[in-house]
Design a protein around this ligand. Structure first.
Ligand code: PMT
Length: 405
């Protein structure tokens, strides 16, 4: 179940006898490679101790909304942004009612309100409580809002009743959680992404480069593979591991990146240029290390090829998406690049803010295309990548429909 590998899963536990099964669930999720953080409601702690969950998850357990010590570690908004998925198991009737009513009266409901991540519930309660029209109405409301409901199963219950309301088994829940990471929106599509910085050699020991870590591009590659695409990641030098199910082509300079990108033309349906490509390179690479000079030195620079522009003007042009890293008039300059580089979409990134953009774990962007613009608020780069891939897949499908009609 590779889809759970490296996923950040926030497991919410609410008050019910099935809470003892959550300990097993933590183990299953971790066995499949997920990083699990646990949030418990006050009622959950009547059934199982935070210490057990802390030992199994290997992370501190979060229990209170207004705990200054916990907030100083990973605050509730940070936790909401950290999660790739919030899975609440067991989800009691009371928790479902509070969530359906938009309450934010404890840590878990607040996180559910604040998170951009998908939410899944594993209901567990007495069969009469599950069948009650109020619970059924809450379940319908939550489904309509896009919350996934896993189960409940029917069978013998802890109270002796027989009927629906049993929490699904841990392995089933892990499988269903894994399934949420497969949108299939890009099934059968070939997609290339450039990521990271380029390095332009000056001499055998020095180069010109920038602060790109590759995090944004790698997150996009992972999200595209999750959506079913065949992904080629054309990567400048980074410290990051290749995401699962992605083919990586390692390059160093802008020229290498250009050649690797053009090699895929003809078989590429979507091209995303996320790399921070050096616009210039030294005109000559010195064969020997340049010796120190008295006062100053000059290096003559020449323009590098513009990779995304070359892709967008290719005969077999893919749907082409660029990024615009700007420090001022971000949208204005992004719109200019959309037009000048003949792109289908551009993702405007304000890199003057050190909390987002280069080498940060979070980002906030504005997606601009000929139909308008849409701001995506600050969140983890992996969560953002998922939303960007959904948007790109939707626009690509629209364009294909328009061209074939
Ligand atoms: O890697 P991270 O640390 O996670 O940071 C992410 C990021 C900030 C690098 C990323 O979100 C981003 O904004 N990437 C684009 C960086 C950039 O070079 O922007 P630009 O405005 O200079 O270039 C515009 C577009 O042209 C980009 O799509 C760029 O990839 C492309 N380009 C630029 C120059 C060139 N010679 N060839 C290109 O293809």
């Amino acid at each position: 179940m590779k889809q759970l590998s490296n996923r950040q899963i926030l497991l919410g536990i609410t008050g019910g006898i099935a809470a003892y099964k959550s300990a097993e669930l933590v183990r299953r999720l971790k066995d499949h490679g997920a990083d699990v953080r646990v949030v418990m409601t006050a009622a959950a702690m009547e059934f199982i101790t935070p210490l057990t969950l802390q030992a199994l998850s290997g992370n501190p357990v979060h229990t209170a909304l207004l705990d200054p010590e916990a907030e100083a570690g990973m605050g509730h908004i940070e936790l909401a942004r950290w999660a790739d998925l919030i899975l609440v198991a067991p989800a009691s009737a009371d928790f479902m009612a509070r969530l359906a009513n938009g309450r934010g009266d404890d840590l878990l409901t607040t996180l559910c309100l604040a998170t951009p991540a998908p939410i899944a519930l594993a209901p567990a309660m007495n069969q009469g409580m599950w069948r009650d029209p109020a619970t059924q109405a809450n379940a319908d409301t939550l489904r309509q809002r896009g919350v996934a409901l896993f189960g409940p199963a029917a069978g013998e219950q802890a109270c002796g009743d027989i009927g629906p309301g049993r929490m699904l088994e841990s392995e089933q829940l892990a499988e269903l959680a894994a399934g949420l990471f497969n949108s299939r929106a890009l099934d059968g599509i070939s997609l290339s992404i450039t990521a990271g910085p380029t390095r332009e050699a000056i001499d055998p020991v020095r180069y010109i480069s920038n602060h790109s870590s590759g995090k944004m591009g790698y997150a996009l590659a992972e999200a595209a593979a999750d959506a079913g695409a065949r992904v080629t990641l054309i990567s400048g030098p980074t410290q990051l591991p290749c995401p699962p199910r992605v083919t990586r082509v390692d390059v160093i300079s802008a020229d290498d990146m250009y050649k690797a990108s053009m090699a895929n033309m003809g078989s590429c349906d979507i091209f995303i240029a996320c790399a921070a490509v050096a616009d210039y390179r030294p005109a000559h690479i010195e064969e020997q290390k340049i010796k120190k000079q008295n006062t100053s030195m000059n290096i003559e620079l020449v323009r590098n090829p513009d990779i995304v522009s070359a892709v967008a003007s290719h005969d077999q042009r893919p749907f082409t998406v660029g990024f615009a890293a700007e420090t001022q008039d971000v949208i204005h300059y992004a719109k200019g690049k959309l037009e000048k580089k003949n792109l289908d979409m551009i993702i405007a990134n304000d890199v003057s803010d050190t909390r987002i953009g280069f080498n940060s774990d979070e980002n906030s962007v504005t997606v601009v295309d000929p139909s308008g613009q849409q701001k995506l608020e600050q969140m983890g780069k992996r969560q953002l990548a998922k939303q960007l891939i959904d948007l790109i897949a939707a626009r690509y499908a629209e364009q294909k429909r328009d061209h074939s009609s």
